[in-house]
Ligand binder design. Structure first.
Ligand code: COA
Length: 267
């Protein structure tokens, strides 16, 4: 169950919305009455996600594009605005890539791949999306990560990319505030049942260590993050822009994210 918000007649586009936390966010907006589009790299996964989102109510559309490809991202917008029958009210930029590797075990192309997906991809999504936003009033959320704030071994590429994403959030909040467009980041903490968590804490013992490291003493749920996105996109957050908001049980404040030095392992 999500907190009560009404997004009827709102168009929401979720990049990276074909799996994990981002899919959960797309489903939460669908339950709240929105028309939702999901975008992923893989066409079959995108179609499956569309079906999943549609099961939560309302119209749902899917598109396949790699956020590293500016032209592909631009054409997703043209299709969604046509399919949804209007401009975009809420844009979620959540496409990301990750693998654990020490800097000395990573090729320059490995580092570049993650920076291109996470950071350059965010720029592409926001840069191409701006002209399709309902202005004033649109809300943009970049999905960041604890790595933006906490240095973690085996994550030099993700730490650098996500720190960059959060600065894009803050600078574009300044540049686009006068047009009535809000730009915020949400940092999901350790969220149960996700691919990332399965990779970061594969054993019961590691799960327990993560739970202990979170001030609220539990892993989060996808809805813990989705609710924060609903709030930030709602009228209740109309005066909120340029913030980096963790939905993480206090993990980032504790400086651990539940997966600092001890939690990370090399797969
Ligand atoms: N360790 C070290 N290097 C790795 C790696 C790993 N586990 N996985 C990928 N790389 C490197 C590759 O070797 C390659 O560099 P090279 O050309 O010098 O060999 C580079 O990263 C690109 O790899 P490729 O497989 O061509 O990448 P892609 O563009 O299809 O990549 C990634 C996407 C890099 C994000 C890939 O790791 C991936 O698909 N991950 C799983 C999905 C995911 O990240 N989900 C999000 C969870 S938050």
């Amino acid at each position: 169950m999500n907190a009560e918000f009404d997004f009827k007649k709102r168009n929401v586009l979720v990049f990276g919305g074909t799996s994990g936390i981002n899919l959960g966010i797309a489903e939460a907006f669908a339950r709240a009455g929105a028309t939702v589009g999901v975008v992923g790299r893989n066409e079959e996964k995108a179609e499956a996600a569309r079906t999943a989102v549609a099961a939560h109510g309302g119209d749902a559309f899917c598109y396949s594009a790699d956020v590293r490809d500016f032209e592909a991202v631009s054409s997703v917008y043209k299709s969604f605005v046509r399919d949804a029958g209007g401009k975009i009210d809420i844009l979620i930029s959540g496409a990301a890539g990750n693998f654990p590797a020490p800097a000395l075990g990573m090729s320059p192309n490995g580092f570049k791949s993650v920076v291109e997906i996470d950071l350059l991809g965010t720029f592409h999504v926001l840069r191409a999306g701006f002209e399709h936003l309902n202005q004033p009033g649109a809300s943009i959320i970049n999905i960041s990560a604890p790595q933006a704030e906490i240095a973690m071994p085996l994550q030099s590429h993700v730490c650098a990319a996500k720190a960059g994403v959060d600065m894009v959030t803050r600078t574009l909040a300044i540049e686009w505030g006068p047009m009535g467009v809000r730009v915020n980041s949400v940092i999901p903490g350790p969220i149960d049942g996700t691919e990332g968590m399965a990779r970061l804490a594969p054993t019961e013992k590691m799960r327990e260590a993560v739970e202990k490291a979170v001030p609220l003493q539990r892993m989060g749920t996808v809805d813990d993050v989705a609710d924060v996105c609903l709030f930030l996109s709602s009228d209740a957050a109309r005066y909120v822009t340029g913030v980096i908001l963790p939905a993480d049980g206090g993990a980032v404040a504790a400086g651990s994210a539940g997966m600092g030095m001890s939690g990370m392992h090399h797969s």
